[in-house]
Structures are given as C-alpha cells and as structure tokens.
Write a protein that binds this ligand. Sequence first.
Ligand code: ZN
Ligand code: ZN
Length: 141
Amino acid sequence: MTRYKGSCFCGAVEIEANGTPEAMGYCHCNSCRSWSAAPVNAFTLWKPENVTVTKGAEFVGHFAKTKMSDRQYCTRCGGHLMTNHAPLGLVDIYAATLPSLKFSPGVHVNYAETVLPMKDGLPKLKDFPAELGGSGVAVPE
Ligand SMILES: [Zn+2]
Ligand SMILES: [Zn+2]
C-alpha cells in the first residue's frame, strides 16, 4: 500500500495517509480561507481508517467551530494538519501537508464564495456535491 508522510511546521507531529485519497480539489469557502489564511484550501479527502498520527499525538490540538469540522493543528507551532469531517466520514489532509502525494485536483467546491477565480477547466460547484449534502449545482468559472 502506498504511504504518504506528513508533518506540522515544526515537525513535532507526524501523520501518515495510506492508499489513495477519496477525492482531491480546492475549497473556496470563507471558513477554509479564514482558518488557512490563504485564498483557497487545497484538500485531499481520506477515509479516517487510512489516516494515522505516527508521532506527537500529545501535541495535536483540536478546534471545532461546528460539528462538521474538527480542525487539527500542532499546539507547539500552530501548523495545520487536517480537518476531520466526522458527519461525512472523511478527513481532509491539506495537500501541502503531504508533499509526496501528487496533487491531482478534480473539483472546486464552494466556488460561489471564491476570492481567487481559477480558470483551470475543472468543474466548479456552487457549494458541495449532492452526495455530501450540497446542492450539486455547477457554476461558471
Ligand atoms: Zn508543530
Ligand atoms: Zn472550505
């Protein structure tokens, strides 16, 4: 099985993702922008059983503004690690946290909230796919 290693900014926390992500893409929502301090969040979604904290679990901090997103970060350096979307059964590991994974985005979500339009020809969803509880509505680039 393919393993992808990642760590926080200081290296106190190490994580590992196994196999292949369920989906990859970009989220343009206000929450992602605010949390990441970046114009978009490049996400990779994994089944929770394929994600493990291999070092420094005691440094993993959690912040859940809503039940949908348990945001996890390193309490030493503040570096972001991943967001557990428990109701969806998916964990978002930020693409930048897994440098050995080839990032192959397939979709843009929450594009209605974008501050950085990206004309890359990929599908743009107004919010989330219907199978994840969204409208599934596509919007122009
Ligand atoms: Zn750290
Ligand atoms: Zn988002």
